[in-house]
Write a protein that binds this ligand. Structure first.
Ligand SMILES: NCCCC=O
Length: 481
């Protein structure tokens, strides 16, 4: 086995050794082997990254939208050419199946980059006019400045893209800290981008929770954006408040999936299983919490359990038939297993519930179906973030909506029915930033992703997400002077 790669930060357009000897192991979760050693960056590294970003902003912030589009489109092409390297590194940090990363993640994130490259040129404002006699007013949409960003381990590349693409397209410079377990593809993205962006426009600092805290608390960024846990989001918002920084928070979910008895059950089972087990359920929009109508509940649980046992294949990254790989790290394995160990006696496990045997030392869990839970059970209320789907039986539409909304989260949801009126009513009543009808999990670059309640505020993707990375200035001219 080759020796672990020694990682460096990417600052000012080059790899730079961190000002520390402290490192953490980057572990491939499909083998439990150490593949790299990452520095635990310190205040000096954060200072240096923000210094580089500040300098770069003076240049990047003055480019025309067309120039930014051209640079970002070249970045997208170059990412496409390096997709094999990105997929391999992503798998070594996450254990994801190569084939699914190639089909479901890389083309999607490159499309998102191209969307924001084009968006740079079509920002909108209200009409300019003489709202006061003799004075013309108009709006400028400007970059905010330097942005600090923190990304999670579930989709390291794609979450980095959701953060950097709108920020860079709007003319901002970025310092990004990837998760401590999955930094490698983000570093490679910064290296690739550096061919097309002024040095220091996109910097990556690797480290742990303390590094993230220093990144957020630093005086330089005018905005901080994070995808992460509710706890982390609250800390970021608190730290940012001291300096009145803008805050953009995407903090997870507990998506309800309401299945009425007139739904196409076969399609619902497959759609929900794929949306619940994809990426081993480590998705803030995962179809994790099914609410099934009384007439179909038992058949639905049986069919979902069968799908979990027979069709939802768990495999190594090079297994082209695998739907899911391992969970991301040992802590996450303990977190998910803890929920399963603590299930109340009224719960029934119809599929899974254990570690997968026969796949070596990796952190693999069986696709799991749990029914019989009560609304206030922790497996219904809290984010499990693993391959576990719960199913509850509801009595009527009002109860389904009440239970669906009866959690702290408000990110994503779905309703499965052939009744158009019911689909409309329920989609209005659901207190979530996204409602799918007879579908769950697809995303497009043009539409926003972001939640309500403890799922945070601010949107990723779409023109709404793009506008979050701009500031509005009113200019008023005396036209009679
Ligand atoms: N399906 C993408 C969801 C992003 C957050 O986990």
């Amino acid at each position: 086995m080759s020796s672990p790669r020694e990682l460096k930060n990417f600052i000012g357009g080059a790899y730079v050794a961190a000002e520390t000897d402290q490192t953490t192991d980057i572990v491939d979760p499909s083998t439990a082997q150490v593949v790299a050693k990452a520095p635990v960056s310190t205040q000096a590294d954060i200072d240096s990254a923000y210094g580089a970003a500040d300098k770069a902003f003076a240049e990047w912030g003055q480019t025309t939208p067309g120039e930014r589009q051209e640079a970002l489109l070249k970045f997208a092409d170059a990412l496409e050419q390096r997709s094999d390297d990105l997929i391999r590194l992503e798998a070594e940090n996450t254990g994801k199946p190569h084939a699914l990363t190639a089909s479901e993640e890389v083309p999607v994130m490159i499309d998102q980059l191209r969307f924001f490259a084009g968006a740079a040129r079509v920002l909108e404002g209200r009409a300019s006019a003489e709202y006061m006699k003799g004075h013309t007013s108009w709006i400028r949409r400007e970059p905010i400045g330097v942005i600090g960003q923190v990304t999670p381990w579930n989709y390291p590349m794609m979450m980095a893209m959701w953060k950097i693409a709108p920020a860079l397209a709007a003319g901002n410079a970025v310092v990004l800290k990837p998760s401590d377990t999955t930094p490698e593809t983000t570093l490679l993205m910064a290296e690739i981008a550096s061919q097309f962006l002024p040095a220091g426009t996109f910097n990556v600092v690797v480290g742990d929770r303390d590094t993230g805290r220093m990144l957020v608390e630093h005086k330089t960024p005018a905005m901080v954006a994070i995808t992460g846990s509710v706890r982390a989001g609250m800390q970021v918002a608190e730290a940012a408040a001291k300096d009145v920084k803008r805050v953009h928070l995407e903090l997870g979910g507990k998506a309800p999936v309401i299945v009425f008895d007139d739904a196409d059950i076969e399609a619902a089972v497959e759609g929900i299983a794929v949306a619940g087990y994809f990426n081993a359920g480590q998705d803030c929009t995962a179809a994790t919490r099914v609410l099934a109508a009384p007439g179909i509940h038992d058949d639905f649980v049986a069919a979902l359990a069968e799908y979990a046992k027979k069709d939802a294949k768990v495999g190594m990254p090079d297994d082209d038939d695998a739907l899911l790989g391992p969970v991301n790290n040992e802590n996450q394995l303990a977190h998910v297993s803890g929920f399963l160990d603590r299930l109340p006696s009224h719960a029934t496990v119809s599929a899974g519930g254990n570690r997968v045997s026969g796949l070596g030392d990796g952190f693999f869990l069986e696709p799991t179906v749990v029914s019989g839970l009560n609304q206030d059970d922790e497996a219904v209320q809290d984010e499990i973030f693993g391959p576990v789907i719960t199913v509850q039986r509801f009595d009527d539409e009002a109860k389904a909506i009440a239970w669906a909304n009866g959690v702290e989260y408000g990110l994503a949801s779905s309703v499965w029915t052939k009744d158009f009126g019911r689909a409309m009513r329920v989609s209005k009543a659901l207190d979530f930033g996204c409602v799918w009808i007879n579908a769950h999990i697809p995303l497009v670059a043009e539409m926003p992703h972001g939640g309500f309640k403890h799922s945070g505020y601010g949107k990723d993707l779409s023109m709404y997400g793009f506008e979050d990375y701009t500031r509005i200035k009113h200019v008023m001219a005396n036209i009679e002077s």
